[in-house]
Design a protein around this ligand. Sequence first.
Ligand SMILES: N[C@@H](CCC(=O)N[C@@H](CS)C(=O)NCC(=O)O)C(=O)O
Length: 219
Amino acid sequence: MSLTLHFHPLSSFCHKVLIALYENGTPFTPKLVNLQDEGERAAFHALWPVGKFPVLQDSARDCVVPESSIIIEYLDRHYPGATKFIPDDPEQARAVRSADRFYDLHIHLHMQKIVGDRLRPANAKDRHGVEDARTRMAAALGIVEKEMASRTWAAGESFTLADCAAAPSLFYADKVTPLAGKYPNLVAYLDRLKRRPSHARTLQEAEPYFKFFPKEAAA
Ligand SMILES: N[C@@H](CCC(=O)N[C@@H](CS)C(=O)NCC(=O)O)C(=O)O
């Protein structure tokens, strides 16, 4: 088995890649990185100085691959399976990459900003940044709410890279801005995602860690 995934089970961007790995039953060694542990942190930073996971290491190709979307493209190319994450057709591929970017940049990162602020000390909160993230995330959710009225999956009728991106984005966005009542198509889509065995397994494995997910401080 040549693949090692450096990850944490609570990390949303790691969920994105775990979904892709489980989707095709791709064998890999999971390496849980505890960033609170100085030794593990130093070892991880030696591998990828940016210090963000997921990072995929492939001993067969002597390769270190950071960035969730690029990892999934790498898996699609070098370890293909029944689920094809990027379609062969260039226009369809563009639509998939575009949806992947949309979920990461306009939903996932805003959700991360809101959650990240909960971890900041009381005297270092960024109220303006969080409000801005909430406003922009709401605009983005409104866009995909409309799109999902006529789609089964994020970029059409096949499960792709875009759904790997959408699953953790919407799962955690729902924790900071409940989707119910406002976004019926996204609620239904998130339900489909949660029932997808690859995502269900990812969430089941994360379950023991959800107690560490930071709650909003009482006002
Ligand atoms: N663009 C990166 C984002 C990765 C990212 O933000 N990872 C977070 C966890 S979800 C992380 O490593 N946080 C730890 C830190 O910033 O120290 C990707 O798509 O992989």
